[in-house]
Design a protein around this ligand. Structure first.
Ligand code: NAD
Length: 271
């Protein structure tokens, strides 16, 4: 048990990536504080983990509301006495380009991704000072490349990469490590299976395999990562196994970012 007696706050605990990370950390012994603006996502994640014998609470919180963030961190500390791990995962998708995106939507999306990570880091890091801890920011391969038509998302994910480095330098003297984890287009099958385990009725859209095909075809490993793959990487960054690692990004992307732009994995040949 790599995280026995540790306490982890995970934001954005839908049955997809946040839920997969929360389950991964819990499987290594961590108590989980599942945080989500959507009450059901916080509650169902925590209830499932409790049903499996873990310690967990679900807290409803908008990561952009400073008062709610402070109250959530206070409640977590009251419940478990400490916070050792923070995973800033909450985000939402709103694919719009620079020519079309309304300014208020830009502010909201960058606010959730960057502002939410800033606020949770601020209040959790204050609680970690004097004790140490680890913080993991969830990026996206869209934060490493120029994705068209997704301007606020890819810009804020890129910003989160340097937030990670800057916060790592600010907090290194307090024994707090700050790293990021980069997922990419994710195999959706596991999130349906997880939602069902959480007691939800879910139906996989028939179009899903067709929608995901170009991603599977273009990725070097020819298969997409699962949320549980990110969960295991988060355990590494959260645990003492990574005790000499701070300010870095761990890509769990099946080779997506390493791919030379003109090479077509479909052909399976060199240029
Ligand atoms: N799904 C992918 O293919 C993919 C790829 C790369 C990176 N990511 C990143 O992984 C993370 C999780 O993605 P996902 O696919 O699981 O998304 P998701 O939509 O399933 O989960 C995001 C969760 O964040 C919550 N959330 C949104 N706004 C919030 C707010 N203001 N306050 C609190 N909670 C809020 C939502 O309610 C939701 O439960 C995100 O950071 C995303 O950018 C996802």
């Amino acid at each position: 048990m790599k995280l026995k007696d540790r306490v982890a706050v995970v934001t954005g605990t839908s049955p997809n990536i946040g839920g997969g990370i929360a389950e991964g950390l819990a499987a290594e012994g961590a108590a989980i504080v599942a945080v989500d603006a959507n009450e059901a996502n916080a509650r169902d994640c925590a209830n499932y983990l409790k049903s499996q014998g873990s310690r967990a609470i679900g807290l409803t919180c908008d990561v952009t509301d400073e008062g709610q963030v402070k109250a959530t961190v206070d409640t977590a500390l009251k419940e478990f006495g400490r916070i050792d791990v923070l995973v800033n995962n909450a985000a939402f998708f709103n694919k719009k380009g620079v020519l079309d995106m309304p300014y208020d939507e830009w502010n909201r999306q960058t606010g959730v991704i960057l502002g939410g990570a800033f606020l949770f880091t601020k209040y959790v890091a204050k609680a970690m000072v004097g004790k140490g801890g680890t913080i993991i920011n969830i990026i996206s391969t869209a934060g490493h490349q120029g994705e068209p038509g997704n301007i606020a998302y890819s810009t804020s994910k890129c910003g989160l990469l340097n937030f990670t480095r800057s916060a790592a330098m600010e907090l290194v003297g307090h024994g707090i490590r700050v790293n990021s984890l980069t997922p990419t287009a994710t195999d959706p099958s596991e999130s349906f299976e997880r939602a069902a385990r959480w007691g939800r009725t879910v139906k996989k859209p028939e179009s899903l395999d067709r929608v995901m095909k170009p991603f599977r075809d273009g990725i070097p490993m020819k298969k997409l990562p699962l949320p549980s793959d990110y969960g295991r990487a988060a355990v590494f960054l959260a645990s003492d196994d990574s005790s000499m690692i701070t300010g870095t990004d761990l890509r769990v992307d099946a080779g997506a970012i390493a791919r030379y732009w003109a090479w077509e994995p479909k052909a399976g040949a060199t240029l």
